[in-house]
Design a protein around this ligand. Sequence first.
Ligand code: AAL
Length: 429
Amino acid sequence: MKYLLSIVLTVFLLVSCNETQEKSVKKTAEVENQVFPHKMPTEKPEYPLSSAAERMFNYPAPRVQDNELFSQFKYTRLEGLDYNGGDGTITRRDPSRPVLIDGKYYMWYTKRHTKVPPIGWNRANEATDEIPSTDWDLCDIWYATSEDGFKWEEQGIAVPRPKKPALGWRSVATPDILIWKGKYHLYFQAFNEPSGTRGDWCPISMAYADSPNGPWTHVGKSVVPFGKKGEWDQDQTQDPHPIVYKGKIYLYYKAAYNKWPDKRDKYAVAHGLAIAEDPFGPFEKHPLNPVLNSGHETTYFPFKEGIAALAIKDGNEAQTMQYAKDGANFEIAATVELTPTAAGAYTPDAFTNTSFGKGITWGVCHFINAAQSKDKKHSIIARFDCDLSLDVHEPWLKSTGVWHRPEVYFKQGLGNLRKKREAIGKNKK
Ligand code: AAL
């Protein structure tokens, strides 16, 4: 018996030794060969890689189709909201993230219903109590509800403009919602002058209510104040976007800086983070602000142990999804296209203080160029769908090609520049 046991043991040792040897031979071959394999490696290979090949392994997955923070975006026109035939007298824009309360989705948004369409920020000094400068001047915050997220019913005003000179008398706009300890809080921009007068100057203010249907009480003061003179957010705090994270309120916001009216060409946009333990504040600005160097309106959601962000339109990192494991130090996680503007995503775990966010599958956004002609300027709210969720896998939304008809490209014509380019063509130097 003893003899038999020792034979079995010897055979086992020989086989496993052989396997280890084979493995190490394979590894040496790989290392010596140093050629990137045909089959995508799941982990970063140990041999030297180019910077680009190296970066592949810094993303959530080296293949974009497997990247949980990559998605295409699909759009649907909302049913149920009237725009006066698109004549420019009604605008709806900058929607909050939709929230589900007692079986109904709620969203809050900027609504302008004026006699005439906006005349433009550069004519702000001609704006009156009835003539809006920008599309978000002379606005109130309205809300709508929906059973399915596609058909919406407008319910009425949530937060009106207060009487002059109270903060926000000129316009209240760009709301987002926070549910905290069973109470509702709307954060929004409060303007005391027509936008365009000195830029787009406004701080973030807040209103609270016991029910999503109101009544709302406006605190009447700034809750996320401007930075000191000389600081990047010295003239505005905008696009508030609160999330409950690490037991606190993480409120992301935007400031366009280096801007308006004399320096519009030097314009830049970044996002900051302000943290509070109570919805009324004080909101402490993160010492590393700005936390996102690109993007325009704010779109954030809990994702895994951190926070994910969508950066659109402005900056070197526009059109990217980003991720910060600590909610503050963002890295690019994916490049995305046809991104929703001013998106608010339905985020079931936005206020649950989750330690592992599951991501998003849909939300609402706006189109600011909904008008048929410039003199009818207005915006519309739309729905977007995506797969930026750990719970869902929609291969179609992970596909890499979205094809636009040639007309879409030709619509981006050369205009007056064509003459100049033709002349260069003729000179052929
Ligand atoms: C938006 C937001 C802010 C700006 C204006 C209205 O989309 O960035 O809200 O002030 O445009």
